[in-house]
Write a protein that binds this ligand. Structure first.
Ligand SMILES: Cc1cc2nc3c(=O)[nH]c(=O)nc-3n(C[C@H](O)[C@H](O)[C@H](O)COP(=O)(O)O)c2cc1C
Ligand SMILES: O=C(O)C(=O)c1ccccc1
Length: 349
């Protein structure tokens, strides 16, 4: 059968293969799913205003983020539970990311331990995503595991003091991983798996404690308000990810790309600003970068690739997006992803 030729087709292929409860877990969002829909719709409302006669035979797509090189400005955003999508889970995803020469942010809720992900994918550039745990000693254990696995950054998720309320999961009664799967990073020293806990009182002090605990760069994920972006700069944060968690946490917050310009203006070039949420096409990547993002992350598109065809599916999703970015750059008369400015995007009034 012909392989899918767009992220959209990968989603259809994944849906056909997945248990409906698992598809809905991956696809769904919080509340009325207003923000979930807004993330994609907002990209659709932005028009590209291309330049002509300015392209290069081989446009430059590569970016360097916190010292890690990516061949294209499209990273793997952290998503939980990859073994629900494919038996090889995060190992397959990491191998595909390594082959595509991009960075994978491994979720703390991965179903393969981060050290085993690293061992399975030599050459992969991994960052580790952390939910601060109420037990500081366990948080520290997780940080050490990320360091030992060779991760290049610690991505601290700030938008989830509690879990978002997701009606699709309620409807299916989906609350736990099936027998045989677990969050492997959550084993304590005795090998027992702890549940992931949320930290409703997570604060800037937790970021300070992490800053003292590790020399890894800290990336703050889930920032939408310009004042928080500015504040993060005083807490030793090396990069920000503008994100609403793919519409899965607080519903009715703005689309990620709508929140981006305010954050970019607030940090004024002091640290890289990344974005995730609703990126499905190369043109979306260009729009985010024109508005000041240094790179973007893709969450669900990677899961769809994994569910549809394992490592090969993820590789194809990443390759498709890369090829789309390359064509869109050329069609916009740009020689490099570093040359894009806000004049490339017409914002609706
Ligand atoms: C199934 C699923 C699981 C996720 N798990 C995590 C997670 O463990 N940690 C985290 O910080 N973000 C998590 N996210 C949010 C993603 O990192 C990212 O913000 C979001 O998926 C981006 O939107 P997109 O799916 O439209 O690309 C998850 C998202 C999805 C869809
Ligand atoms: O589902 C999610 O979006 C998510 O972030 C998460 C958090 C904890 C455990 C598993 C997934």
């Amino acid at each position: 059968m012909r392989p899918p030729s767009s992220v959209r087709e990968f989603e259809a292929a994944a849906r056909a293969r997945l248990d409906p409860a698992h598809y809905d877990y991956f696809a769904g969002g919080a509340g009325e799913e207003v923000t979930l829909r807004a993330n994609e719709a907002a990209f659709g409302r932005l028009a590209l205003l291309p330049r002509v006669l300015g392209g290069a035979a081989k446009p430059e797509l590569g970016v360097t983020l916190l010292g890690d090189r990516a061949a294209a400005p499209v990273l793997v955003a952290p998503t939980a539970f990859h073994r629900l999508a494919h038996p090889e889970g995060e190992k397959a995803t990491a191998r595909a990311a390594a082959a595509a020469e991009t960075i994978m942010i491994v979720s703390m809720a991965s179903t393969v331990a981060v050290g085993d992900v690293a061992a399975a994918a030599p050459g992969a550039r991994l960052w580790f995503q952390l939910y601060v745990q109420p037990d500081p000693a366990f948080t520290e254990l997780l940080v050490r595991r990320a360091e030992e696995a060779g991760c290049g950054a610690l991505v601290v998720t700030a938008d989830s003091p509690v879990r978002g309320r997701r009606d699709r999961d309620e409807r299916h009664g989906f609350h736990d991983l099936p027998t045989g799967l677990c969050c492997e990073n959550m084993r304590d020293e005795t090998g027992r798996v702890r549940p992931i806990e949320f930290s409703p009182a997570i604060s800037w002090e937790h970021v300070d404690r992490l800053r003292d605990m590790t020399s890894l760069p800290i990336v703050l994920k889930g920032v939408l308000h310009p004042a928080d972006a500015r504040r993060a700069l005083g807490h030793g944060v090396s990069a920000l990810i503008v994100s609403n968690h793919g519409g899965r946490q607080l519903d009715t917050v703005p689309a990620a790309v709508e929140a981006l310009p305010g954050v970019v203006e607030a940090v004024a070039g002091t640290v890289p600003v990344l974005l995730d949420g609703g990126v499905r096409r190369g043109t979306d990547v260009l729009k985010a970068m024109a508005l000041g993002a240094s790179a973007v992350g893709v969450g669900r598109p990677v899961v769809w690739g994994l569910a549809a065809d394992g490592e090969r599916g993820v590789r194809r999703v990443l390759d498709l997006l890369r090829a789309e970015v390359e064509d869109a750059l050329t069609l916009c008369g740009a020689r490099s992803v570093h040359d894009l400015g806000a004049d490339l995007v017409l914002r609706p009034c």
